[in-house]
Design a protein around this ligand. Structure first.
Ligand code: PLP
Length: 282
């Protein structure tokens, strides 16, 4: 595969980053993952909006214009012949002598690569995901999409060790989000509940699109924290993310939701979200 590093398109084996890069030493960097459908980018504008915000929060600057970022995304999709999959983009503060203070003069490091794989056809989405709850021990600024992903990796390993698909993270008895997705339940009266935005969760690009769609359809929705208990007695549950779209959840901590099959709300939203994404991808 060809990857992009600081202005160059190179074979992945030849790509090089400094050992002093602050992304490597301090996880001092941010990223975005944009899904690709039919060779086109889904909600690129949404990912750019969040990228700008992440960079602002960390007092980092854009390495180049958004138009250039779009062209780089497109070129990689083309040279790697990605019909379906994703583009990963990472921006770190750059290389500097190791020191806790941010260097003033570092040049940001920009890296992009692609993964070609089916994203629409998903065995997990077909059968519904099984999840376990795990204490949320991440830092206090989860609204910034940083590359500091060790705890979510640990939580996902705990889930794998228990033979399930993912972990839902819990703080003060309430679900924050999944290891790499936003989380939802559907209550007995059909209301969709998802945690409100704050420093506690990542503002998902898919979350925003799905909530827009839910409002257009005039479905009942509440943005508020929900407890593990409430989730266990929910009619159905699901998660959203750029590469998972809307993914039904059928089991939490061994408790089967409803009839144990993907629920109608999650299935409908998944279908609508994919249709809309296919139409609006650029
Ligand atoms: N929450 C976390 C912690 C994530 O890592 C992600 C995506 O990677 C999401 C939510 C979903 O965000 P998006 O819909 O923008 O992919």
């Amino acid at each position: 595969r060809t990857v992009y590093v600081n202005g160059d398109y190179v074979p992945e084996r030849e790509a090089k980053i400094s050992v002093f890069d602050r992304g490597f030493l301090f996880a001092d960097g941010v990223y975005e993952v944009t899904s690709v459908l039919n060779g086109k980018l889904v909600d690129f504008a949404g990912h750019m909006r969040r990228l700008r915000r992440s960079l602002d929060e960390l007092q980092m600057r854009m390495p180049c214009s958004e138009e250039e970022l779009l062209q780089i995304h497109r070129k990689l999709v083309e040279v790697n012949a990605v019909a379906e999959g994703l583009v990963y983009m990472q921006i770190t503060r750059g290389a500097a002598d190791r020191d806790f203070t941010y260097p003033e003069s570092a040049t940001p490091t920009l890296v992009l690569f692609t993964q070609a794989r089916p994203v629409i056809a998903s065995p997990v989405a077909e059968r519904g995901a099984r999840v376990v709850t795990v204490e949320d021990l991440r830092w206090g600024r989860r609204d910034i999409k940083t590359v500091q992903l060790l705890y979510p990796s640990m939580a996902k390993m705990i889930a794998k060790g228990q033979g399930v698909d993912d972990a839902w993270l819990v703080q003060d008895g309430k679900i924050t989000e999944g290891t790499s997705n936003n989380t939802y339940i559907v209550t007995a009266d059909g209301t969709i509940v998802t945690r409100d935005l704050s420093h506690d969760i990542l503002p998902g690009i898919t979350r925003a699109a799905v909530l827009n769609c839910v409002r257009e359809l005039q479905m009942k929705v509440e943005e508020r924290a929900f407890s593990v208990e409430e989730a266990l007695s929910a009619r159905e549950a699901f998660s959203t993310s750029a590469t998972g779209f809307v993914c039904p959840v059928v089991e939490i901590d061994g408790t089967v939701l409803g009839d144990g099959k993907p629920g109608p709300v999650a299935r409908r939203l998944r279908q609508i979200y994919i249709e809309e994404s296919l139409k609006s991808a650029i």
